[in-house]
Design a protein around this ligand. Sequence first.
Ligand SMILES: C=C(O[C@@H]1C=C(C(=O)O)C=C[C@H]1O)C(=O)O
Length: 460
Amino acid sequence: MLKVKEDILESMLEKAIHNIQTDETKLVSYTKKINEINPLYFFEAAEKLGNRTYWRSSIDDFCIIGVGSTLEIATEQSDMNYTENRWQTVLEEAIIHNPYNVPGTGVIALGGMAFDPKKEKTELWSNYKASQFTIPEFTLAKIEGNYYLTTITRVNRNDHAKQLLTQLNAKEQQLLSPVESFPENVHVISQEEIQPESWKKTVKKATDEINKHETEKIVLAREIRLHLSKEASITAVLRELVETQPNSYVFAFEQEKDCFIGATPERLVKIEGNQLLSTCLAGTAPRGKSLEEDEKFKYTLLHDQKNREEHDFVVQMIKQAMENYCENIVIPKDPDILSLSNLQHLYTPVRATLREGYSIFNVIEKLHPTPALGGTPREKSLAFIRHYEHMDRGWYGAPVGWLDSNANGEFAVAIRSGLIRGDKASLFAGCGIVRDSDPEAEYAETNIKFLPMLSVLGGV
Ligand SMILES: C=C(O[C@@H]1C=C(C(=O)O)C=C[C@H]1O)C(=O)O
């Protein structure tokens, strides 16, 4: 990876074009600080400049927006080798100017993957690959009160630096100009649950399977389909998610006319330098209507054997997975509570030091799917889901996130999410089934898990 000192994009472009001998292309990446800008205004202004990606962290003042696509790393293969190799090659050949040693700046890829590439893909997810990462043409990063704009251009030997620069400047101006009006949000006109009774029967089937000692935990998800009052404005939906789900990651991945969007509380992995953070999240209770009731639910959740067992499957699996690539693994003995707007979860943070030679790709591959979204044991529970679940999860329940050229990155598990397609939307929610799960209670739990998305679409 060649780090150049020139801080003028034009001379970088000229030099890159001049040095290209063959038919190859080169990435030129230039990062600068810019004045404060509302990320959602930037997102809105980008509407006509290609697919957009939005990511806001659950705990830090950290938001990234990607606009357009300079390069796609996409594959229908299920392992991460192709993506990792391609990403490494891209970085080795890139010319990068980034004077800020801040995670999330410089060359960055944003993307996600399918929950289970072995499950047949339906038309619903036709625009999303089994693994798809975008290196955007423009990236806005808002990090701890600072604003960084990165421009990434792909040049070939026939390009003209001045011409490229004029085009980039015009787009940049469009992105940074104030938007005239903020779009209005939609509301739900009609709502269809996909086979709820059959889903409850599948829950029963899962508990039978568990009682036969075939498996210990199986996570089952279901879908609701919405008809919206008009084509949804992704900016408007994001604005409401950001406001209503302060303790969650808010994400949106556009592909053509579709957008996978949500607000998930579940971190899969965060890597900064060699410090790794993961989260075990499983076990659910509603929020109380009064402080007293809320405390009661919290206490019951912390002491409920079924929920503790469901949670512990995740803790044990993540611990084991970490042992492959990490040292200094620190896991609290007992879970804590993570309170969200609509419900609360048992929560155990996992901290560790990533050993040298391992990357975020290795960790994702080992962790996904954790028993919070798949089950225990992994292969048997996945086989059950593949066979009996009447839906195409697509990217729901899978890792989504970002990584940068300094090997930092963060991925969340894409739950509390939905796929918006114009004036239609599919929302997804699931829950962990264990020995004594009751189909009606699990059904009720999934109804609460639909709420974060359903409410921002004006459905409640
Ligand atoms: C599967 C979902 O959530 C997962 C399942 C949970 C549970 O069963 O208690 C809790 C948090 C998540 O790990 C979902 O929201 O769709």
